[in-house]
Design a protein around this ligand. Structure first.
Ligand code: SAM
Length: 225
């Protein structure tokens, strides 16, 4: 049921995605997303599954040469309207800002991307095929360097530990008694990091302390030529 609703929000209800994400996070969704910005480096940045384009707009406005990949035509329309309305604060980057494609088939040459960003990824992040594709496009280390391109993933899990959401979450429900959310989240993080390692990326998990939440981030880097 939850998954069905998410899919509606990526498609015919895309116009309501920003409002829903604002509500479930009590206004913090964008702040959580922005945690990825610290890890963005290099000349070629790709945001995968950009949704309604908030981060894409922000990256573009900062003059980052960014290309966004998204499959849903409805999300493309919402993002394009938003970007048109706000307009970029800098000249448009050399790469197209929005490209309709599947993450499992990225339209980039092998070893050509410095940073891949995924915030609040959909099920694709738990698929081996995705990680093989992400590893393929990341740049290998330059001569004399230990680390090449990197993928930063935010929002595989969020642990709200303060504020009203925390108290709401403490209300026991049958579902939580069966399987605590925290345990489920740790399982997904570990699974993603294993898949990245199978794709020969080196991974680490960093936990950021936000205002009311702990935000684990998965960093996967290409260290092999
Ligand atoms: C949960 S939303 C996250 C949107 C945004 N990154 C955010 O932080 O709110 C996931 C997005 O990934 C897109 N998506 C899901 N599977 C995809 C795929 N295989 N290829 C490209 N985009 C995909 C969905 O259409 C949706 O917009």
């Amino acid at each position: 049921m939850r998954l069905w609703l998410f899919h509606r929000l990526y498609a015919e209800l895309a116009w309501g995605y920003d409002a829903v994400s604002w509500m479930v996070s009590l206004g913090q969704w964008q702040e959580w997303r922005r945690a990825a910005l610290t890890y963005v480096a290099g000349e070629r940045v790709v945001e995968i599954g950009f949704g309604t384009g908030e981060l894409l707009w922000e990256l573009g406005s900062q003059g980052v040469a960014v290309c966004g990949i998204e499959l849903s035509p409805q999300m493309h329309r919402v993002a394009a309207a938003k970007i048109r309305r706000r307009s970029l604060r800098t000249p448009p980057p050399a790469m197209p800002l929005q490209v309709r494609a599947a993450i499992q088939h990225l339209p980039f040459a092998s070893g050509s991307v410095d940073t891949l960003v995924a915030t609040f990824p959909a099920e694709y992040i738990g698929q081996a095929r995705t990680w093989l594709e992400l590893a393929r496009v990341l740049k290998p280390p330059a001569p004399g360097e230990d680390v090449g391109g990197r993928c930063v993933v935010v929002g595989i899990s969020v642990y709200v530990h303060r504020g009203p959401q925390h108290w709401l979450r403490r209300i026991p429900t049958r579902r939580r008694v069966r399987r605590p959310a925290k345990r489920r989240d740790i399982d997904s993080l570990t699974r993603c990091s294993r898949l990245a390692e199978v794709a020969r990326l080196q991974t680490r998990i960093e936990v950021l302390e936000m205002r009311t939440a702990l935000l684990p981030m998965l960093i996967a880097e290409r260290v092999l030529p």
